[in-house]
Design a binder for this molecule. Structure first.
Ligand code: CTP
Length: 151
């Protein structure tokens, strides 16, 4: 099978092993669509040995920190982040679920204040695997499918 080449970057961050179809959401969660300057590359539905198909996001000229990238852990739990300098991968890390999740997830409790006022949602991670979170405002816990439905 012919291999599709996605061009290498000189300097910046490559987020690899994103589930196919989730690359655009990764870009939005990280606010990369609002960054001026560097080139942003999204490769979608790329064949992958591990995942079948995957998305890849490349950001030229910007080095994302582990903390920033961990925001995507809920939608891309197996993503790897590569820091590239002078065309070489100089650092590689896996995303990790952060201790607190703010602004990404909606609370499943329709009466929760975070669903009614201009409040940023906030959850504490009670367990990482399997993922279980607790709302800071109403203490409702969420896990499994319920988390995915409220992303
Ligand atoms: N990459 C890039 N530009 C570079 C170097 C690497 O865009 N100058 C990208 C590669 O295309 C790949 C990712 O960064 O998507 C990681 O590169 P590398 O570690 O060389 O690839 P693998 O060994 O296949 O990574 P892994 O084991 O994490 O799958």
């Amino acid at each position: 099978m012919a291999e599709l080449k996605v061009s290498a970057i000189r300097e910046g961050t490559v987020i690899d092993h994103i589930p196919a179809g989730k690359g655009l959401e990764v870009i939005k969660i990280l606010g990369l669509n609002r960054v001026n300057g560097g080139i942003l590359l999204l490769a979608a539905h790329v064949p992958s040995k591990k995942l079948g198909r995957k998305d890849i996001v490349k950001v030229e000229g910007k080095f994302l920190s582990e903390e920033e990238v961990n925001k995507i852990a809920l939608i891309a739990p197996n993503a790897t982040v590569n820091i590239v300098r002078d065309y070489k991968v100089t650092e590689k890390f896996k995303v990790d679920v952060p201790e607190e999740i703010t602004g990404i997830l909606r609370c499943a409790n329709p009466n929760c204040v975070s669903n009614h006022e201009y409040t940023t949602s906030r959850f504490y991670v009670v367990s990482k695997d399997p993922l279980k979170v607790r709302c800071h405002y109403c203490e409702r816990t969420m896990e499994g499918e319920e988390i995915l439905r409220n992303l």
